[in-house]
Write a protein that binds this ligand. Sequence first.
Ligand code: AHR
Length: 641
Amino acid sequence: IISVDPSGAGVSISNSMYGVFFEDINYAADGGLYAELVRNRSFEFLPADNRAYTGLTAWTPGAEGGGAGSASTVNDGARLDDRNRTYLRLQLANSGSGRYGVTNSGYNNGVPVRAGARYDFSVWARTDAADGTPVSVTLHDPAGQPLAAALEISVRNDTWTRYTGTLTASRTADAGRLSVRAGGTGTLRLDMVSLFPQDTYRGRPNGLRKDLAEKIAALRPGFVRFPGGCLVNTNSMNGYDAASNWERARAYQWKDTVGPVETRATNVNFWGYNQSYGLGYFEYFQFAEDIGAMPVPVVPALVTGCGQNRATVDEALLRRHIQDALDLIEFANGPTSSTWGQLRASMGHPAPFNLTHLAVGNEENLPDEFFANFERFRAAIEARYPDVTVISNSGPLSQGATFDRLWDLNRAAGVDMVDEHYYNSPTWFLQNNNRYDSYDRNGPEVFLGEYASQDALLFNSLSEAAYMTGLERNADIVKMASYAPLLANIDNVQWRPDLIWFDNDESWGTTSYQVQKLFMNNVGDRTVPSTVTGAIPEVKPINGPIGLSTWATAAAYDDVKVTTPDGTVLFSDDFSNGAGQWRPLANRGSWSVVDGEYRQTSTSAQDTLVSAGNITASDYDLTLKARKTAGAEGFLIGFGV
Ligand code: AHR
């Protein structure tokens, strides 16, 4: 029997209790939340970012109508900007009306366009042809059939100039191509070839992809933690020496991510790809404001967490990072007369962004070294901005003694708030509902910056929901919590589970997304005391029906996993074909629609599936079915054992 005392005094729950953690992992930024449709728009991709890259990644040179020429990427003194090093050089040798140029293949399977929608094209260009260079910009399908009327541009002189125009899609396609081809002869230089839907979230220029931003906004997050994650620690000890450092991996520095996009650096991403910084600190602050969430940036502490075991010994570098943190607060909150407040105003936001919290460090694993640096950051920030809460770190819970040591240090120093992370089994979440009941109410508050029940089954989501009741019961000490990671591109996954999945033109939330949405849209003002009497069933994994997994589209499967009551994984399959592509539904045997459901119940037809693990069809009688429920964002897949 559950008894609730509605008039009893519970704890207050703050409006910023639940938020989101955005990290550029799983291609969450470029090709994801950032609405830019051209991949490698500034020709900066380097093998140092990813061995598969060249300056022409995503670009294919080509000619039409008897055109001729050559295309190469060049990093020399003719560059557009010191931070935007490489550009495209086209040596044109056309005759007659021939054209030569390059075609971009976009993200995932191409550039998605919607009939009737308008797209803003822009390019920086210069030409040494005395009479100028005619340039045609076309949107077309892979077979070359037009998707929009061509845009004609005349490049006039040999100084970098931005040219713009609009393309209106005549039909819908998810695998479009963007071609930029020039006539005549001479040398044409191009950089920052860009195509944006006009229909970005809230119509912001350099804006965000609407469906993804709307799904995040629909959660009604109380805060946005960004930009990482392990991302922020990457290369933070490389120093700042411009001459040598531009050519190799740099630390994630917020100053690289602001100002006009053509002056922003690009960089290797911790997760193994190039990040353009088109989605930068201004855009993060703007997005947080647009969705009514508190911005919570994370800066590196110069002790590389995420298992890298290094601490800086470079005092000048540490001092510069501390100054960068102070400058960041000025960028967010400073008056327009201040250096960084002025930059914010020049980017279109004279009013402050009202930054109140800043986190230093992520998943630290050298406790004493981290804490020494943290205290330097905290002292500097509190001296200048006493109202800003400086959030410390505990490292991941899985680090055991390190986690405990970090908590001891934070507690002894009277730190305001500590960021905890854990990714655990659903059983752990069920068994640890009371985790915060015994936390010291006089110690630091808790920011649960990253957590998820591993895997993506409904059981996991239910265990998260159960756990969140424990967070709310302890809302006097657990002040903020965010599931992680937030976004994943189905073709580029470094981490799973994730809350929201997408390809280049569709997106869908997992069952965990629905759980987060339910809690975040119904945050109470306070808890009410409740008691349970009678036998409380022992918490153990489901032994019988295994659960449900969210399903992307009719053409894609999600993970499934079968575990025994003691947690042994009997079978696990992401249904991948081994080449990083997901197998289409049709390849999974004899599916048919029964009672309005996609269904397959033949035991023998599932031998392939079962033999991938260590159970056999004769051990278990499996029923596998998928159903698109009314109004759902995806399919559900269920197993019975
Ligand atoms: O959320 C994914 C990663 O998990 C984060 O980058 C890191 O902080 C943690 O290990």
